[in-house]
Design a protein around this ligand. Structure first.
Ligand SMILES: [Zn+2]
Length: 125
């Protein structure tokens, strides 16, 4: 004989349900370090020292602080790259692109924008 028990036979005595308390409160400091400091632009390295280390055959600054050197983004024999030693802008006259110091570093190091900024600020672990 099979007894089917259906219906509201419930006597559920579970009383200890929601007790997440004060435990999980800490540990909320921006985990993946994605935030940039508000003043990151002011903390970028000096364009002169930055480019001196990374651009081959970088010449002296000329008009308006632009200096020529070899572009690291293409096979450059002619110093096609022009970088600005004041504001950090760059242009490759062979057609690679142009941009600012951050975009230069992104491209050179293969980083995203935030990664590049963090590395330039020395925040990368
Ligand atoms: Zn180039």
């Amino acid at each position: 004989m099979i007894q089917k028990q259906r219906g509201p036979g419930g006597n559920r005595g579970h009383a200890h349900a929601g007790r997440l308390g004060a435990r999980q409160v800490y540990g909320k400091i921006s985990r993946n370090g994605v935030r940039l400091p508000d003043d990151w632009r002011n903390r970028l390295p000096d364009p002169t020292s930055y480019y001196r280390k990374r651009v081959a055959k970088l010449g002296k600054a000329q008009v308006n602080d632009w200096a020529q050197g070899q572009c690291p983004f293409h096979e450059d024999r002619n110093a096609s790259l022009s970088v600005n030693l004041s504001h950090g802008g760059w242009t490759c006259f062979a057609g690679c692109d142009s941009g600012d110091l951050v975009s230069f570093h992104m491209r050179l190091a293969g980083l995203s924008f935030k990664e590049a900024v963090r590395e330039l600020l020395g925040l990368r672990s």
